[in-house]
Design a binder for this molecule. Structure first.
Ligand code: HEC
Length: 134
C-alpha cells in the first residue's frame, strides 16, 4: 500500500523539483510520509466536503483549518484525528463514524493545498503520516 504512494511522491518531487519556493517534502528523512505525499483521493475529499457542510460548516468555514494544521505541524495526522473525533462537532462530539471523520480530513487537506493521490486515506495509517506546515 505504501509503495505506490512512494512512487507517486517521487513523481511529485520530480514534477515540482524545479520550484524553488516549494518548502514541503512528501517523505521525511526517516521514511515517514507527510501530508504532501498524496495521501487522500479527490473523490474522498468530495465526500468529505458534503459531510463538512452538513456537520462542521455551521461553526467553521473552510479557511479555519490552515492555521490549525500549522499548529499541528510535525505531528502525526492521528493526533488531529483524535481531537476531531472525540470533541467535534462541538454539538455532538464523536457523533460521526471514523470513516466520516477521515473523509472530512481529506476535504480539509484538499483545502489546505495538499495534493490528492491514488489511494484513499484510512484510519489505520493516520499515526504514520506527518502533518506538514501547509
Ligand atoms: C457547534 C459549533 C461547532 C461545530 C458544529 C464544529 N465545531 Fe469544531 N470547534 C468548535 C469550537 C468552539 C472550537 C474551539 C475553538 C476554536 O478553536 O475555534 C473548535 C475547534 C475545532 C478544531 C481545532 C482543534 C484544535 O486542537 O485546535 C478542529 C480541528 C475542529 N474544530 C474540527 C471540527 C470538525 C471536523 C467539525 C465537523 C465534524 C466541527 N469541528 C464542528 C465548534 C464547532
Amino acid at each position: 500500500m505504501h509503495l505506490p504512494r512512494c512512487r507517486a511522491a517521487a513523481a511529485l518531487v520530480a514534477a515540482l523539483g524545479g520550484l524553488a519556493t516549494l518548502p514541503a517534502s512528501p517523505v521525511l528523512a526517516d521514511g515517514m510520509l507527510t501530508t504532501e505525499a498524496g495521501v487522500y483521493t479527490k473523490a474522498q475529499a468530495q465526500t468529505g466536503e458534503g459531510l463538512f457542510e452538513q456537520h462542521c460548516l455551521l461553526c467553521h468555514d473552510n479557511k479555519y483549518f490552515r492555521p490549525v494544521l500549522k499548529r499541528y505541524d510535525g505531528q502525526p495526522v492521528g493526533v488531529l484525528f483524535d481531537v476531531m473525533a472525540t470533541s467535534m462537532p462541538e454539538s455532538n462530539p464523536g457523533g460521526l463514524l471514523d470513516a466520516e471523520y477521515v473523509d472530512i480530513l481529506a476535504y480539509i487537506f484538499s483545502r489546505s493545498r495538499y495534493p490528492a493521490g491514488d489511494e484513499p486515506l484510512t484510519v489505520g495509517e493516520l499515526p504514520a503520516i506527518t502533518i506538514e506546515d501547509p
